[in-house]
Design a protein around this ligand. Structure first.
Ligand code: GLN
Length: 456
């Protein structure tokens, strides 16, 4: 609005964002700054406005792009050595839609390599630091995007959420992060992690901004056969009465201050006339185990294309084709990527497929059914995003199981395909942000975002 009303120029906004990005360089937020292109695009928008031409809904708004979205602006690395130097010939559908409305990408953000992780420490380029405490993790995998918004460098940032990668870093940095219904936004042009749970979403400072971005980017895409016909803007009237609290999570694993924050928000909702109901979802305790079988299986398959021939980095130490594949993959992947490839191939191998993959796929169906049942009892569910606030850098990186446990409250949504919005819910006594997630049935995205305003 400010731009269209000429109270500030797009160029000024973009230059400010780039300056801030450089000022916070020690946080390792960006893998690439899009300086020259961003300024040129901003000038073009200013020219159009001066000439009275029509501009898009996001004209001149600077944003940050998680570095696993393909676009020809800069290399797309997914923060992995194996993709270094890869410049994409195509543009992701979500990026294209944002750009058509005039948004300007000022830089690409750091992530756990290939989005495998919960802290951004698995990045080839080093970890992103938490916006509230530089000794703590930003969360992950979309740590760079979350901190770019939390430190006010940009108005919004893109993310991907396969098992919590938008909601968890949003909650670690005190902002909004939305994982839509599976299939709401096209995954075309996004580096694949686990195709059956990957979702594109956003980080913003308000529910209203989230709504605009969702309305722009959602919808069917012929380039992604899993996209749903556009339902986003067809949200009907709110008729929300009952909010569910998951009984099975109310135990020792959740940090006391997070439990208190949940209680406070429940009290707030009660005072506004909503009914708070405890619901039982006993199958959710298996979600983490199911997730860490299904996701590595899909990861192993999706990462098999990186062979040193087609994309980015190639090891030059090889004397045969076989060696070239092995050396490129050995040098190019991070330890966590390799761990998932190994687990994935193991659970898919003929001797273990029935015992692991098939079992997990069946258990996933039970999780889907459990959510269906829950939403026949309540309208939305409110839970913590993660059992703890941001942990210290280095605290869990050498203990993969401890790291995986941090995802226990976020992964079930992806397995079920339902939407979840991480909302800021105050801070701990030590000043670390607390995040809660509002979960709704499939395709309730718009209403869910709208309802989040009740929690402010
Ligand atoms: N932390 C989860 C994992 O490591 C989720 C990652 C994601 O959503 N990309 O798999």
């Amino acid at each position: 609005m400010k731009i269209a009303n000429k109270t500030v120029s797009a160029e000024r906004l973009v230059r400010d964002a780039l300056e801030k990005a450089k000022y916070f360089a020690d946080y390792h937020i960006f893998t690439y700054l899009n300086e020259a292109v961003a300024i040129e695009k901003a000038r073009e928008i200013d020219r159009k406005i001066a000439n009275g031409e029509k501009v898009g809904r996001l004209a001149g708004v600077p944003y940050a792009l998680k570095d696993n979205f393909l676009s020809p602006e800069g290399q797309t690395t997914a923060s992995a050595h194996i993709l270094e130097g890869f410049v994409s010939p195509i543009t992701a559908t979500a990026v294209q839609k944002l750009e058509e409305e005039g948004a300007i990408m000022i830089g690409r953000t750091n992530l756990d390599a290939f989005a495998h992780g919960s802290s951004t420490e698995n990045s080839y380029f080093g970890p992103t630091l938490n916006a509230f405490d530089k000794e703590r993790v930003a969360g992950g995998s979309s740590g760079g995007s979350a901190v770019a918004v939390a430190l006010d460098i940009v108005e919004f940032a893109t993310g991907t959420d396969t098992g919590g990668s938008i909601r968890q870093p949003a909650s670690f940095n005190g902002i909004y992060g939305f994982k839509p219904t599976y299939g709401c936004i096209s995954r075309y042009g996004v580096v694949a992690m686990a195709s059956s749970t990957d979702c594109v979403g956003f980080f913003t400072k308000s529910p209203d901004d989230m709504d605009i971005l969702m309305s722009i980017t959602s919808g069917q895409d012929e380039k992604d056969m899993t996209t749903l016909p556009n339902y986003y803007d067809k949200g009907s009237e709110q008729n929300i009465k009952k909010i569910g609290i998951i009984k099975d999570f109310d135990n020792d694993v959740v940090n006391d201050e997070i439990r208190e924050a949940l209680k406070k928000k429940c009290d707030l909702l009660s005072s506004k006339g909503y009914e708070i109901t405890e619901i039982e979802m006993p199958t959710l305790k298996y979600a983490l185990a199911v997730y860490y079988i299904i996701v590595p299986a899909e990861v192993a398959s999706n990462l098999s294309r990186y062979d040193g021939i087609r994309y980015g980095f190639r090891s030059d130490k090889s004397t045969s084709l076989e060696e070239l594949y092995t050396n490129t993959r050995s040098e190019g992947f991070m330890p966590e990527n390799k761990r998932r490839i190994m687990i994935g191939n193991f659970v898919l191998s003929s001797g273990f497929y029935d015992a692991y993959f098939l079992k997990a796929a069946k258990a996933r169906t039970l999780i889907v059914e459990e959510y269906n049942k829950a939403f026949s009892q309540v309208d939305y569910i409110l839970t913590p995003v993660s059992p703890n606030p941001a942990f210290k850098l280095g605290e869990k990186i050498n203990d993969p199981i401890a790291m995986y446990l941090e995802d226990m409250m976020s992964v079930s949504l992806n397995l079920a395909g339902v939407p979840g919005l991480a909302i800021p819910a105050g801070t701990t006594k030590a000043g670390l942000p607390i995040g809660l997630q509002l979960v709704g049935p499939k395709c309730s995205d718009k209403k869910l975002i709208e309802f989040a305003k009740e929690l402010i």
